[in-house]
Design a protein around this ligand. Structure first.
Ligand SMILES: Cc1cc2nc3c(=O)[nH]c(=O)nc-3n(C[C@H](O)[C@H](O)[C@H](O)COP(=O)(O)O)c2cc1C
Length: 174
């Protein structure tokens, strides 16, 4: 039975912390965990679901392929593969109090890049309960993936991840 792969960037911060929460809840029998730099993209299709996690730290980070955001490299590597059989889900870290106009924008980047590779996306998440004014990571009343705010609502992360994983399980079955 194929496993789930959890990929995150950057290392050493809240994205890694949240990735570990996801990994612990799924368990080593169902999931593998890698920072995206250490992951060999030719192995992607060995997995039934790829869960991608990252933080929003400004648009430059996502648009400049020469910087150290390894998601750029990952997406350039996968854009020529046929991933139409592959399913993705994403979680994004942000701060709704300091960045209410750009809350978890990175979820929008994940969404657009996955669509470019013809992958399927599951795990949309309601915006209800969050306080922000604008987000590239949301469409109408849903984020493209799970929004996490370790800066202002760290106490909600664990439960949000539990509920989100239950939703992913319902959507595709682990
Ligand atoms: C320079 C900088 C820019 C940021 N810009 C945004 C932003 O545009 N939108 C947002 O939701 N959060 C923003 N944040 C908050 C981070 O996404 C948040 O602190 C996150 O938990 C950091 O995760 P990391 O430690 O894995 O990088 C920014 C943080 C920094 C330091």
């Amino acid at each position: 039975m194929k496993k789930v792969v959890i990929l995150y960037w950057a290392k050493g911060g809240n994205a890694e912390k949240a990735a570990n929460v996801v990994y612990k809840k799924l368990g080593a029998d169902k999931a593998d965990l890698f920072d995206v730099e250490s992951f060999d993209t030719s192995k992607l299709t060995d997995y039934k679901l790829a869960i991608l996690g990252g933080s929003t730290v400004g648009a430059d980070n996502w648009e400049d392929a020469t910087n150290d955001n390894m998601w750029n490299r990952f997406f350039r590597e996968i854009e020529n593969k046929d991933l139409s059989e592959m399913t993705f889900a994403a979680f994004g870290l942000g701060n709704q109090m300091l960045y209410p106009d750009n809350f978890v924008d990175a979820l929008g980047v994940f969404h657009d890049e996955i669509i470019k590779s013809h992958g399927k996306i599951i795990g949309r998440w309601p915006v209800k309960g969050y306080r922000f004014t604008n987000s590239e990571g949301a469409q109408k009343d849903e984020f493209y993936g799970l929004a996490l705010d370790e800066d202002t609502e760290p106490e909600l992360t664990d439960e949000r991840v539990t509920r989100w994983l239950a939703q992913l399980d319902k959507e595709m079955g682990f």
